[in-house]
Design a protein around this ligand. Structure first.
Ligand code: PEP
Ligand code: CO
Length: 453
């Protein structure tokens, strides 16, 4: 029977606003309710950024990855900024993700699903509600969708209009990504399109060049054999994701799809729940359980095995493959104490999940001068350990979640150029968490490919 219009077949106890009866952590406190209402009404009228068909396609691809046929490469900024919504910055992020995916495909012979932390990654959870500098206490910066990073009262006042600005920038970003991935730029016959101008003649870049040369040979061979240009090689699939933190915003971009099969968050393909907001009776879990998108949930050392199982059952009650990605982020020194039991418990429960490793957020530390950084060695150690633990537990690591940039920044220590604490002063740009630079990111791609073999 066809469901009635505007009344999709959903759990009758869920609606896009049912989260409002639960405790919502990490939400901005606006001082003008009428302005918030006005912004949300405008937002709800704007066209979606993605379609339910794309979202469903990603869910099917993720199911395929969980079954071992593909690998998920998810990466981007910790926090996108409005200032970085420009051609150069978007292009570089796309280039590094495409180059990394190529390394993974060529070395592991597995399909790769590319997902950016992009086109909407504007809201950040913070450990404290306020920040004090020189005796002045102001609300914390919560990402460009909420307030501004400058340290004045005006900057830090949550401004509801910023939700509209964020949505518009997300639209500009996704528009450019779509244009680039549809052809020309993304054509595998022309990998030189993804070159980055600052790449030096390093061992990493030579390795990559060799890989491209043998890839070009294979493509030429295939095209001679098939007698025509391989059409599929002229475009790439690229999906978007962000932390679904700001629930008023996420609710306003939640729509029923044209087939009336339920509610989708149509601002992004894959929203995820952060480690700080994954409480089982909290507002975020309530919102996420009702949308049809594939979703992620981040878990850190504080999650217990039965708690994770409860979370999985609430977020994926039909045990649908591809629906739920567990992104674990323990830290190199803690993963061995936590992951084995979680993996074992989930495997024995028979729940379908896709396991992904975020080797960034458990490895954040401060230098003695108070700069937030991460060491390349900790990051690689957590990745290698994650692969090993999943192998031993009879589960499978099918994804990686990274904070990276296509720029030549100096935010994480170590890596191919062996960056030191002194180097961090040279080009540290992140407003929030330290990201892998281009060279470090490429090295990680080679390392993951090695682990996948
Ligand atoms: C993040 O991904 O930037 C983040 C805040 O992560 P987590 O929820 O894992 O702490
Ligand atoms: Co981060």
């Amino acid at each position: 029977m066809r469901p009635a219009r505007n009344n999709p077949p959903m759990n009758s106890d869920w609606s896009p606003d049912s989260w409002q009866s639960r405790l919502a952590q990490q939400q901005p406190v606006y001082d003008d309710p009428a302005a918030v209402r006005a912004a949300l009404e405008k937002l709800a009228q704007l066209p979606p950024l993605v379609t339910a068909w794309e979202v469903d396609r990603l869910r099917r691809q993720l199911a395929d990855a969980a079954a071992g046929n593909a690998f998920v490469l998810q990466g981007g900024d910790c926090s996108e900024s409005f200032a970085d919504c420009n051609a150069v910055s978007i292009l570089r992020k796309l280039k590094v993700l495409i180059q990394m995916s190529l390394v993974l495909i060529c070395q592991s012979h597995r399909k790769v699903i590319r997902i950016g932390r992009i086109a909407g990654q504007y809201a950040k959870p913070r450990s404290a509600g306020t920040e004090t500098r020189g005796g002045v206490e102001l609300p914390s910066y919560r990402g460009d969708i909420v307030n501004r990073s400058g340290f004045t009262e005006d900057d830090r006042r949550p401004d509801p209009e910023l939700m509209l600005r964020a949505y518009e920038r997300a639209a500009l970003t996704i528009n450019y990504i779509r244009a680039l991935s549809e052809g020309g730029f993304a054509d595998l016959h022309h990998p030189e399109n993804w070159d980055l101008e600052f790449v030096r003649n390093t061992p990493g870049s030579r390795k990559y060049q060799q890989l491209l040369d043998s890839l070009s040979d294979s493509i030429r061979f295939m095209e001679i054999v098939s007698g025509s240009e391989l059409e599929q090689l002229t475009r790439v699939d690229f999906f978007t994701s962000h932390e679904g933190l700001h629930l008023l915003f996420e609710q306003a971009v939640t729509r029923t799809d044209q087939r009336q099969r339920g509610y989708y968050n149509l601002s992004t393909h894959l929203p995820w729940i952060g480690d700080r907001t994954r409480s089982i009776d909290g507002a975020h879990v309530e919102y996420f359980r009702g949308i049809r998108n594939p979703i992620g949930v981040k878990v850190g050392p504080s999650v217990a095995a039965d708690e994770l199982l409860d979370l999985i059952r609430v977020l994926n009650p039909d045990n649908e493959p591809g629906r739920l990605t567990i992104i674990h982020r323990f830290g190199a020194d803690r993963i061995s104490a936590h992951l084995p039991q979680l993996a074992d418990t989930v495997r024995r429960s028979g729940q379908n999940v896709l396991w992904s490793c975020d080797p960034m957020h458990g490895n954040t530390r401060s230098t003695h001068t108070g700069v937030k950084t991460r060491s390349f060695d900790d990051i690689t150690m957590e990745i290698i350990t994650a692969f090993r633990i999943h192998r031993e537990a009879g589960t499978r690591l099918s994804g990686i979640h990274l904070e990276l940039t296509g720029e030549d920044v100096t935010e994480c220590l170590g890596g191919p150029a062996n960056l030191t604490e002194t180097d961090l002063q040279r080009d540290y740009r992140s407003q929030v968490d330290p990201r892998l630079n281009y060279e470090q990111a490429m090295e990680i791609a080679f390392l993951i490919a090695e682990q996948m073999k």
